[in-house]
Design a protein around this ligand. Structure first.
Ligand code: ACO
Length: 311
């Protein structure tokens, strides 16, 4: 019966085992995973837009080739993640529909504008750097398909982070105007990047259960702290200032202290009122509609192939 299956499920989680698509799982576990993996998939796909904006304006052939590869990787990440979510019983069409109807969440960070070329470097360095910090522990997630998808995604994210940092190093070795452009981008992205990790642990409704189930391995606040501690020395190497007067090393804690995050701004963005939410959603819906003929042609082709093999 169900009690026995639940006991077996709990034992598997306690032993740090993996749950696979055909295994029995509590409905709430399935729902939480679907929620997180579909939000994650949507983030990858919407995340193509802020940088996609710069593909036609990249300053050299080399930078354009790197940026094209990176933006394509994000599209690929979305596909692995939609596939992982589909193993939980919801179709990709349903998930995409929820996104387009404004019912599904995606990461707050992709609702900010990319005003200059330096933003592309800062997204690689800070946004993808934060994404790696959050995603490496998910390689050990209790749900097999999600954990396995995350391994390849993290390898690719690591390339994205490095290309961003390298691009910023190049700009910082340039003219005073280029250095100012980098500092301005860092000033605009720093605080929204810290909010990416999600609300403080005390205000995070999904954390306790997510940790119990081995979906989340490290808490929102602990990941945020790890990210800040890792980023401060990188900022020094680059020669930029992180825009937080309260940011300083705390010897007793063995961590950096940092200033207060504006959570009202975060919730405002999450609830659809950030600077680019409407534009991002409209662009996604249009891309989907413009691509309808490709999906129809692929289906027609598949049907023809099938008829041929039946003959
Ligand atoms: N942007 C938008 N919504 C967020 C964000 C964010 N940065 N952080 C938290 N939220 C939402 C949660 O989705 C949740 O909403 P819901 O209950 O309606 O689904 C609510 O705020 C409360 O947050 P938590 O209880 O802390 O939620 P959770 O335990 O799911 O933790 C987190 C949030 C850390 C983002 C987790 O879902 C996660 O690790 N997801 C996978 C990673 C991911 O999605 N990365 C995408 C950005 S990185 C990239 O794509 C390059």
């Amino acid at each position: 019966g169900d009690a026995e299956r639940l006991t077996r499920f709990d034992a598997c989680i306690d032993a740090d085992g993996r749950i696979e698509p055909r295994d029995w799982m509590p409905e709430a576990y399935r729902k939480t995973l679907l929620r997180q993996i579909s939000q994650h998939a949507h983030s990858e796909v919407v995340g193509m837009l802020p940088e996609g904006n710069w593909i036609s304006r990249a300053p050299s052939l080399k930078r354009k080739a790197i940026l094209l590869a990176k933006v394509q990787d994000e599209g690929g990440h979305g596909l692995y993640l939609y596939s992982a979510a589909e193993t939980l019983g919801t179709s990709r069409d349903q998930m995409v529909e929820a996104l387009h109807a404004g019912k599904a969440k995606y990461s707050s960070i992709f609702n900010y504008p990319t005003l200059t070329w330096a933003d592309v470097g800062v997204i690689g360095w800070l946004v993808d750097g934060a994404a790696i910090m959050n995603q490496v522990p998910i390689c050990r997630c209790s749900y097999g398909p999600y954990a396995r998808a995350m391994i390849r995604i993290c390898k690719e994210e690591s390339f994205h982070q490095r290309q961003g940092f390298e691009s910023l190093m190049t700009l910082m070795a340039g003219t005073p105007a280029q250095r100012e452009m980098v500092q301005d981008a860092v000033n605009r992205w720093w605080w929204p990047v810290l909010a990416m990790f999600g609300p403080p642990d005390a205000d995070s409704p999904n954390s306790a259960q997510g940790m119990r189930w081995g979906i989340k391995r490290i808490s929102n606040d602990d990941l945020r702290q790890k990210f800040i501690d890792a980023t401060v020395p990188q900022a020094k190497v680059l020669g930029v200032t992180l825009p937080d007067p309260d940011l300083k090393w705390n010897e007793a804690r063995g961590h950096h202290d940092y200033g207060a995050i504006d959570w009202d701004d975060f919730w405002n963005v999450v609830s659809g009122n950030g600077p680019c939410n409407k534009e991002r959603l409209a662009t996604r819906v249009k891309a989907h509609e413009d691509g309808a003929w490709v999906r129809e042609a692929a289906l027609a082709h598949a049907r023809k192939q099938q008829q041929r093999t039946l003959k």
